[in-house]
Ligand binder design. Structure first.
Ligand code: PHE
Length: 512
């Protein structure tokens, strides 16, 4: 939740050639064109958090690229992107479909063993290159085919934005319904194009407006308030959920792993979800890393982001599963799970309608701040590399994402053939596209980027980059073993090995 860094600027790389290419001229022109708006920094990055004001805000042409001014600024921004529907909607439904507690155990292992090393990987690549997703690959090792990884990042952000916004728009419907004391029946609501399409258009327009116009000064301030409130409300919902009669079965389902349920498929889903939730494998952390100052600790900041994200995901499960069992629903209800169970919890609470409205509103904000960051990746690329005006880029990409999202919006009962479409064990266009982009392509990106950093660029520059802010990274832990050696092993062997095995598994070549 939260999109704390600047959305309005034209991001322009920090190297000498690009600076010569006229950053100063461009910034001046842009500031003249938009009088009264917040001044564009020379790097094109507008950092909104006061503590994060770009060091180059008033610097002369040729100044270094803008940076997060504080560690907390970065942590808030990155966990803002990470915490979203993935934690409260996607994590519980995937847990429900894939064996409950056993899935949670595998998920946690994936976060620690794969998600974190890859997060450091992306941050190091971003900070070292100081460039966007495509530029980072071009700048660190020009002329390799691995630049395709950057393209895949762009595609992923675009397509996930298309269906993620559909689900996000449901939160708007649920908020309004709660306020009006109207009970929504999920199947009827999600299947009605007259509700879903306007809400979807509204949500996408909101995303575009923020990306196009820059985040208002108050966003960080509000997010700092809203994020703790969201966690607090999650706590309230958990309290009600776990005290419902019959909730114990749900808690057991969520906490007692049955390891016989772990299959290659379950591991793959858990891994995909870890990457989805941490916003790893999208090029987002490359971009965020590129705004990090050398003194900012990549390891501890990354660990904070992963910690906050995992905490909210675990809370998501505690909200949903006790209620699922208490109301006799099935945990494998898929995409609709959260939207069916939580309203039932709110109904059985004092002031449930108010709590429900507040909860769905905050969930919508969490989703909005994630959609903003997703839209920003292709928009920043168009602005940077194609020199499009930001406004045009935001509206064109937003409109295309809306069009691409229409089949998803109509596939939850709205249109029979889109709802019944089936592919790779998934039914319904939305679930299929979630599987393709939200899981498979992200795995592919993680595979390619770990091979790139581990073998092509070589892990040493990345180690140097991480050690620049965490000197202990290269100090011995045990004998000659340093955290850096461990990380190199993870990034060269463990991550690509496991992710590759998972991809083969998906293609039907079962290694285990
Ligand atoms: N991590 C976000 C979530 O859990 C999704 C997301 C991925 C947002 C990538 C931005 C970029 O909902």
């Amino acid at each position: 939740m939260g999109f704390y860094h600047v959305k309005h600027g034209h991001r322009i790389g920090g190297d000498a050639e690009r600076i010569k290419a006229g950053i100063g001229r461009f910034a001046e022109k842009e500031n003249r064109r938009r009088p009264g708006k917040q001044a564009l920094t020379l790097t094109g990055i507008r950092l909104k958090e006061p503590a994060m004001q770009a060091t180059s805000e008033s610097a002369p042409p040729g100044a270094p690229r803008g940076q997060w001014g504080s560690r907390i600024g970065f942590i808030l921004a990155a966990s803002g992107s990470a915490v979203g529907l993935g934690n409260i909607w996607r994590f519980p439904y995937l847990t429900g479909e894939n064996g409950g507690a056993a899935f949670v155990v595998v998920y946690l292992c994936c976060v620690v063993l794969l998600g974190l090393p890859l997060l450091f990987n992306e941050l190091a690549l971003g900070r070292r290159s100081g460039q966007d997703v495509i530029g980072a690959f071009r700048a660190t090792r020009p002329g390799t085919a691995f630049v395709v990884t950057g393209w895949l990042c762009l595609a992923c952000c675009f397509f996930v934005l298309s269906y993620y916004s559909v689900i996000a728009s449901w939160t708007v419907g649920y908020t309004v319904a709660s306020l009006l004391h109207v009970k929504l029946v999920f199947e009827h609501f999600a299947a009605n194009p007259w509700f879903v399409l306007p809400l979807f258009a509204f949500f996408m327009a909101l995303t575009v407006l923020i990306v196009e116009g820059g985040v208002e000064r108050g966003i960080e301030r509000w997010s700092k308030i809203l994020m703790p409130v969201l966690i607090l409300l999650c706590g309230v919902v958990i309290l009600r959920s776990v005290t419902l009669p019959g909730a114990a079965a749900g808690i057991k389902y969520y906490l007692h792993p049955d390891f016989s349920k772990i299959t290659g498929d379950v591991v793959m889903k858990a891994m995909g979800q870890a990457f989805f939730s941490l916003s790893v494998g999208w090029g987002l952390m490359i971009t965020y890393g590129s705004y990090m100052a050398k003194r900012q600790d990549i390891v501890s900041s990354g660990a904070w982001v992963a910690g906050v994200d995992t905490l909210v995901a675990i809370m998501g499960g505690f909200m949903v599963f006790p209620a699922v069992f208490a109301f006799g629903l099935t945990p494998d209800a898929g995409t609709a799970l959260t939207f069916k169970t939580l309203p039932a919890v709110f109904e059985r609470m004092p002031a449930g309608m108010v709590v429900g409205a507040a909860f769905f509103f905050l969930l919508g904000i969490a989703a909005l701040t994630s959609t903003i960051s997703m839209l920003e990746v292709p928009v920043a690329w168009l602005v940077d590399e194609k020199k499009w005006p930001r406004r045009r880029a935001a509206w064109v990409v937003g409109t295309l994402a809306f069009v691409a999202g229409i089949p998803s919006a109509l596939s939850v009962g709205g249109t029979a053939w889109l709802s019944q479409l089936s592919f790779a064990g998934k039914t319904g266009f939305l679930d299929i596209i979630d599987q393709i982009f939200g899981t498979t392509i992200i795995l592919l990106i993680c595979l390619l980027s770990s091979i790139y950093v581990g073998w092509i660029w070589g892990p040493q520059p990345a180690v140097e980059e991480i050690a620049a802010s965490s000197a202990w990274f290269t100090r011995p832990l045990l004998g000659k073993l340093t955290p850096a050696t461990l990380w190199k092993f993870f990034i060269r062997y463990l991550c690509p090995g496991i992710v590759f095995a998972m991809l083969l598994n998906m293609l039907g070549i079962k290694l285990f």
